[in-house]
Design a protein around this ligand. Structure first.
Ligand code: FAD
Length: 289
């Protein structure tokens, strides 16, 4: 099922993200973890793509398996790092043959192991969106950054570039993680003011281990509010307490988003079905309201 059908309805959606294994040896255990998330029957699931295409066959296998085994629609991520037009066409043919109808079109980042120029046929995700549109038959999503993408000179330039990407054919956008909803509301206002009218789905990252904080800041450069830092300081050393506090913080963010009129929520569940289940259970009555 194409995601724009689901996102076009007024019903609240809760979706989960999982990642594929890095090696063939890990495939079965990672697949099991991803399937445990799928068993929760979210509205849809996204499956990430390893840096430089290192996990492309696993991304597709997991996305296809989730649809077939659990009937949950999936979106496969695809980056254009080190890609040629031909390799992208092959990837799209494989997705079409596997019945995966949704693609999150990304530029990606150069992995540390990659030699040579990583961006030849494609320099920006908007060019990948154009190719996918020319190929036809897919619902296309793109990424966006409420705090600005680190490569952009400033937030205005980033929004201009985002508008180019949406005009190239994005059906919707999913945001980078953020921990202060005011940052999202401000971004949403600026995006709408710039003429970006597609659904913008907030991406919520439940931080359930103190070590994730450093990674999150390193990966996304996102702002950590004082309230959240205090929670990690206080509960970070107790595994169960930190997990509970992280699930509640993420739930609190989601409830505030829904109360402010946001109908689609994406959770970076990171193959952790306990965390996904905890958030889903906290929202059970709200999701059916
Ligand atoms: P783009 O949209 O191309 O933007 C990248 C930069 O280029 C921005 O600074 C933008 O302002 C600038 N830019 C864009 N167009 C132009 C232009 N025409 N001229 C000048 N500047 C321009 N990475 C993975 O490897 N695998 C994944 O599965 C993955 N999933 C992700 C999911 C989400 C929801 C998000 C938010 C990120 C994800 N990433 C993933 C990370 C992403 O690949 C990186 O953040 C990457 O640096 C940018 O990708 P993009 O598609 O946003 O790039």
């Amino acid at each position: 099922m194409k995601l724009h059908t689901i996102l076009g309805k007024e019903k609240l959606t809760l979706s989960f993200e999982v990642f594929p294994p890095k090696t063939d040896a890990d495939f079965e255990s990672v697949k099991k973890a991803a399937y445990n998330v799928a068993a929760l029957q979210p509205s849809y699931m996204s499956v990430t793509y390893g840096a430089g295409g290192s996990t492309s066959k696993h991304t597709l296998a997991i996305a296809e398996g989730i649809q077939k085994e659990y009937g949950v629609p999936t979106i496969a991520h695809l980056t254009c790092v080190g890609a040629t037009k031909q390799s992208i066409h092959e990837a799209l043919e494989n997705m079409r043959d596997a019945g995966v109808e949704n693609v999150l079109a990304l530029r990606g980042d150069r992995p540390s192991w990659m030699e040579g120029e990583p961006f030849t046929d494609y320099h920006y995700a908007s060019q990948l969106v154009e190719t996918i549109r020319e190929f036809g038959g897919f619902c296309v999503g793109g990424a966006c950054y409420p705090e600005g993408h680190p490569d952009a000179a400033d937030k205005r330039e980033d929004i201009r570039n985002l508008k180019t990407k949406v005009d190239a054919g994005c059906d919707f956008l999913t945001t980078q993680m953020f921990f202060d909803n005011n940052i999202f509301y401000n971004f949403l206002y600026r995006a709408r003011e710039a003429g970006i009218y597609v659904p913008i789905i907030p991406g919520i990252m439940p931080i359930t281990r103190a070590v994730q904080v450093k990674n999150a800041v390193k990966l996304s450069g996102c702002h950590m509010p004082e309230r959240f830092i205090n929670i990690v300081d206080h509960f970070g050393k107790d595994k169960d307490a930190m997990q509970q506090a992280g699930i509640i913080y993420a739930t609190d963010q989601i409830i505030d988003l829904i109360a402010n009129g946001i109908t689609h929520i994406h959770v970076y569940s990171m193959n952790n079905s306990k965390v996904a289940q905890g958030i889903q259970a906290n929202l059970s009555a709200i999701l059916n309201s």
